[in-house]
Design a protein around this ligand. Structure first.
Ligand SMILES: Nc1ncnc2c1ncn2[C@@H]1O[C@H](COP(=O)(O)OP(=O)(O)OP(=O)(O)O)[C@@H](O)[C@H]1O
Length: 224
């Protein structure tokens, strides 16, 4: 890996993945491969492990068995520092509840993430990313002073500003009405397309999923 540059989208492969969540939940996943730049919707009933899958793909959670490879590199073979570097540079993550820092402005939220990722001129890059998402007039606002849709756009700006190859998004339409949901999805797809990033979106909504070329439906029962 180069010291601070972005990692371009790379092929993703998942094999034999099993994750235990607590004593009575073992999640097993189907194997799948994604070519770089693919847009995938992950669907399935509540509790089937959609969010957990995103956490594993982001290197936030180590599976009990199986392997995730990104660009041929097994995440399980990385040291903790290697996984941190992968997460900071290769991955952009939009959490369902956004996880913005309440005491920081929109600009500072994005800038902080860029600093952590080692991006040069983080303030300028953050301003440009927010402006592209029509938030140029909200740079100094803190999350509590923004609408839900604006907070989501800050979270999207923060996830894409370092130009990640893999963009992971959890329930992007959960808090939004149909029209705003469409706008949010267009923004995500547009950002991923512009950057050539692979986009993986978890959604409950079949109407959202049907817009994606590829779908992964999780329906395996959670077993003890
Ligand atoms: N931190 C945790 N500790 C223990 N169990 C957890 C944890 N997070 C999730 N689980 C359990 O793991 C299973 C899968 O959770 P996950 O959030 O991945 O499912 P999901 O498909 O995203 O659900 P939803 O659609 O309701 O968001 C559930 O049974 C859940 O209770």
């Amino acid at each position: 890996m180069t010291p601070a540059g972005p990692i371009r989208a790379a092929a993703l492969s998942v094999r034999g993945l099993t994750v235990s969540r607590g004593p009575d939940a073992v999640l097993t996943y189907p194997d799948f491969d994604l070519a770089p730049g693919t847009h995938l919707a992950v669907t399935g009933p509540s509790g089937t492990g959609k969010t957990t899958l995103l956490h594993v793909l982001a290197g936030l959670l180590i599976p009990d068995a199986g392997e995730v490879r990104y660009g041929g590199q097994s995440l399980g073979a990385l040291t903790e520092a290697g996984r941190d570097a992968y997460r900071r540079r290769a991955v952009g993550y939009v959490f369902q509840d956004f996880h913005l820092m309440p005491g920081l402005s929109a600009l500072e939220n994005v800038e902080l993430a860029l600093r952590v990722s080692g991006v040069a001129d983080p303030r300028d890059v953050a301003r440009a990313a927010l402006t592209r998402l029509d938030l140029g007039h909200r740079l100094r606002h803190r999350p509590a002073e923004l609408s839900t849709g604006e907070r989501q756009r800050v979270a999207i700006a923060r996830a894409v500003a370092h130009n990640p190859g893999l963009l992971l998004v959890d329930e992007p339409t959960a808090h939004l009405d149909r029209e705003r949901a469409r706008v949010a999805l267009d923004l995500l797809r547009g950002a991923a397309q512009q950057q050539g990033a692979t986009l993986i979106v978890v959604t409950h909504d079949p109407l959202v999923a049907q817009d994606f070329g590829e779908q992964l439906h999780l329906n395996t029962a959670v077993t003890a």
